[in-house]
Design a protein around this ligand. Structure first.
Ligand code: HSE
Length: 289
């Protein structure tokens, strides 16, 4: 079976560990019954049992108290950049669990798979869009994940500015303080609420205001050399900017392409080795063929 799973961005500024949006940027991974574990089509370092797609494949069988069968996993065509904050680990985890569910006839509904995957990843923000597509807000409590979808105004366009260096999520999480003040907590929740309306209505003024964050970006921006310039270019053009997930990718949002074309030209000249994509939202989520 072939699993096609979208990459995603999470956080969008204030919605830390909660908001996520799936992109038409896919990993295509095939799973086939085999007499042992065989992993092909990826770097040597990902070919062992620690491979995330295999770990979630195995976790789904273990969840049902079943032995884990042999499987051949082939990473045929993978377009989601690794360790760049574009949901590559969530995509692999989702793919492995769904593949196990189908190949092993485990009968788990997608909500149960989301909960299983969230236990592995630690937060549901990239997993919900990977599995269901669209723009989602998610949270989990006592092993149960609650996720809802929000509309995205069709005028909104995005640039994903992808540096030529990785940023480990573990490192980017270690940089965050353990506690926040009540003032900062109120700052976050009010911006997140306003941001959802800004996305729904394509209201750029509100979007620029609401995409502010005090919980993670101030601590992560110093880990991304060049980020200050990216945010400044976006601001000059009247667009809004945030870190995609834990970084290193940064996301720029605007209504209409014009502002983004200006930013793209400036950033291409300044960072010729970086990749700049214009991702579009995926609304279907993970699919199997
Ligand atoms: N919400 C997570 C973070 C996404 O910002 O650390 C990375 O997996």
């Amino acid at each position: 079976m072939l699993v096609t799973v979208p990459g995603s961005s999470s956080n969008f500024g204030p919605g830390f560990d909660c908001l996520g949006l799936a992109w038409k940027l896919y990993d295509r991974i095939s799973f086939e019954a085999a007499d042992r574990l065989i992993i092909t089509g990826c770097e040597e370092r990902f070919r062992g049992p620690e491979n995330l797609a295999y770990r979630s494949f195995a976790a789904a069988f273990s969840e049902k108290g079943l032995p884990v069968p042999g499987v051949r996993i082939d990473f045929g065509e993978c377009s989601i950049p690794v360790s760049r904050g574009l949901g590559s680990s969530a995509a692999l985890i989702a793919a492995g669990a769904v593949a196990a569910n189908v190949l092993g006839s485990l009968g788990m509904p997608r909500e149960e798979l989301l909960a299983l995957c969230t236990r592995m990843e630690g937060h549901p923000d990239n997993l919900a869009p990977a599995l269901f597509g669209g723009f989602t807000a998610s949270t989990c409590e006592n092993g149960k994940v609650v996720t809802v979808r929000f509309p995205l105004h069709p005028s909104l366009c995005f640039l994903a500015v992808i540096p030529d260096f990785e940023l480990s999520t573990a490192l980017a999480r270690q940089a965050l303080p353990e506690t926040v003040s009540r003032g900062d907590a109120v700052f976050q929740l009010s911006r997140t609420a306003l941001l959802l309306r800004a996305f729904e209505e394509g209201d750029m003024e509100l979007l620029r205001f609401a995409m502010q964050d005090r919980l993670h970006q101030p601590f992560r921006l110093p880990l991304i050399p060049g980020a200050g310039e990216v945010f400044a270019e976006a601001g000059k053009a009247g667009a809004a900017a945030c870190i995609s997930g834990a970084g290193s990718t940064m996301l720029i949002v605007s209504d209409g392409r014009e502002r983004l074309d200006t930013v793209r030209r400036a950033l291409t000249a300044r960072f010729p080795r970086w990749k700049i994509l214009s991702p579009e939202a995926d609304t279907e989520g993970l699919r199997i063929t």
